[in-house]
Design a protein around this ligand. Structure first.
Ligand code: GAP
Length: 455
């Protein structure tokens, strides 16, 4: 198993490109800086991550509801949130080539690209601007949201009124966010268009500490339950000077990425900052009425805010492994079955009509439940390796004996163990295996053995 932090980013980028997880955006035009396109496998992995998050934080809980706000919001939102004023980096511009640089990244007083003279530092807002309606004038400026959070704050009263939720309760949202980042890089770690999975959890002010601690633990455990090694994760508290303008307290869940410990998710106690600001800028009361104490007050907000793309990268890095395999290397992704893009591959041993007929039938049947891949090209050993490399937990092999005994072989990715099961038991067996049931003992009528080295 590859040690935490020892995975080579180049290998991850190359695997993603080669197998269709992630491509540079608009590649045929030379790519667009810091924008990425998720290919057929990447989109499945990302969808599975989002689904697992939604299941854990919305579906399985009685104290959470979901929503999906629009990306474009009333411009006053960003005045109230502090983004218009405070969401900025100090930049200098080269008077010669006009490239902009973060002041704190510079090692000399000249442009790192052409050596030209630099301007005095100026604040540069990270929000993308666009225009609403047909006229491009200041009055019609709107912004692409730099976080999904504000959509939940401005809908707080709508949610309380329509769901009758009482404190403590949360709103969850998954969606795109945009930041005109100056320093990008490390593949999908920092891009200009990315996705967030955010929770805004509203609590009584005096209970903020206990809920903050609760969410720290809950969120850390979520990554571990989905297979990330504990030693690849750590909690890092923000120092006072580092806190965002809205935060009373904040911890990052850091992951040991190939470039070192970096933020995967931030968990902040935002106090009543956001509701105070939006109440003041909109002139609408955002008070909560407590039926028990008959008091009106503004709840505090605990915000676990995770990046979808950073999660994709962390799950990929953590799952990546190389094992000696005769003269070659077996590359595999130990992805948790819940996250694996393809759950089962159906592999007929040959392209003979009778075998294909059975294999196609199995393929069609399993597709009713999961993402399935049908592969009949090259030797069975090569096909197993292809599936290992994309993290497919199980392969089902249909051979000539299957025509006689109506049984097929299930081969497991990590152990390479194989069992033989009746076709009639296949769906039920895979269902149990995908939910984590041990591959042994086999189902009624089954046998177990170890995979032979590939041909
Ligand atoms: N609402 C709070 C908020 O947006 P943040 O720490 O700025 O907090 C939350 O962002 C998460 O969003 C980060 O932990 C990270 O996972 C992800 N994120 C932020 N900027 C990103 C970027 N440029 N590219 C990819 N992910 C990013």
């Amino acid at each position: 198993m590859t040690e935490p932090g020892k995975v080579d980013m180049e290998k991850i980028v190359s695997l993603c490109r080669r197998r269709g997880f992630i491509f540079p955006s608009s590649e045929i035009y030379g790519g667009l800086s810091s924008c990425w396109d998720y290919g057929p496998l990447g989109v499945e992995l990302k969808r599975n991550i989002k689904q697992a998050w939604w299941r854990a934080v919305v579906q399985e809980r009685d104290d959470m509801v979901g929503m999906d706000a629009s990306i474009l919001m009333h411009p006053q939102t960003w005045a109230a949130s502090g983004h218009l004023e405070g969401f900025a980096d100090l930049l200098v511009e080269c008077k010669n080539c006009h490239l902009r640089w973060r002041n704190d990244d510079l090692e000399s007083n000249n442009c790192p690209s052409c050596g030209g003279e630099l301007t005095e530092p100026r604040l540069f807002n990270l929000m993308f601007k666009t225009f609403m309606g047909p006229v491009e004038e200041e009055a019609s400026v709107v912004y692409l949201r730099p976080e999904t959070a504000q959509g939940m704050f401005v809908n707080f009263q709508n949610v309380v009124n329509t769901t009758r939720k009482r404190l403590p309760f949360g709103i969850a949202q998954i969606g795109k966010a945009f930041r005109n980042e100056i320093t990008t890089g490390n593949f999908i770690f920092r891009s200009r268009e990315f996705e967030q999975m955010e929770i805004e959890f509203f609590v009584k002010p005096e209970t903020d500490k206990e809920w903050f601690d609760y969410w720290l633990e809950e969120r850390l455990n979520w990554y571990v339950k989905l297979g990330i090694k504990k030693e690849s994760l750590r909690l890092r508290q923000h120092a006072k000077g580092e806190l965002a303008h809205y935060a009373r307290e904040c911890y990052d869940i850091d992951y040991l990425f190939p470039m070192g410990w970096s933020e995967l998710e931030g968990i902040a106690n935002r106090g009543d900052f956001d509701l105070v600001q939006h109440a003041s800028f909109s002139g609408k009361s955002l008070d909560y009425f407590d039926n028990d104490t008959k008091e009106h007050f503004l709840p505090y907000i605990i915000e676990p805010s995770a990046g979808v793309d950073r999660s994709v990268l962390a799950f990929l890095c953590d799952a990546y492994d190389e094992e000696p395999d005769k003269d070659e290397i077996r590359v595999l992704l130990h992805l948790h079955p819940t996250l694996a893009p393809i759950k089962v591959a159906v592999l007929p041993l040959s392209r003979r009509e009778k075998l294909v007929e059975v294999a196609r039938q199995i393929d069609a049947d399993l597709r009713q439940c999961w993402m399935v891949s049908y592969d009949d090209a090259q030797s069975i050993g090569r096909r197993y390796r292809r599936q290992d490399e994309i993290g497919t937990p199980f392969c089902v092999t249909v051979d000539f004996q299957s025509l006689e005994d109506n049984q097929v072989t299930i081969r497991e990715r990590d152990s390479m163990n194989q069992i033989r099961v009746p076709i009639a038991e296949l769906r039920r067996t895979l269902e149990a295996k995908l939910q984590g049931e041990s591959l042994f003992p086999p189902p009624p009528g089954g046998q177990v053995w170890k995979e032979e080295s590939p041909a």
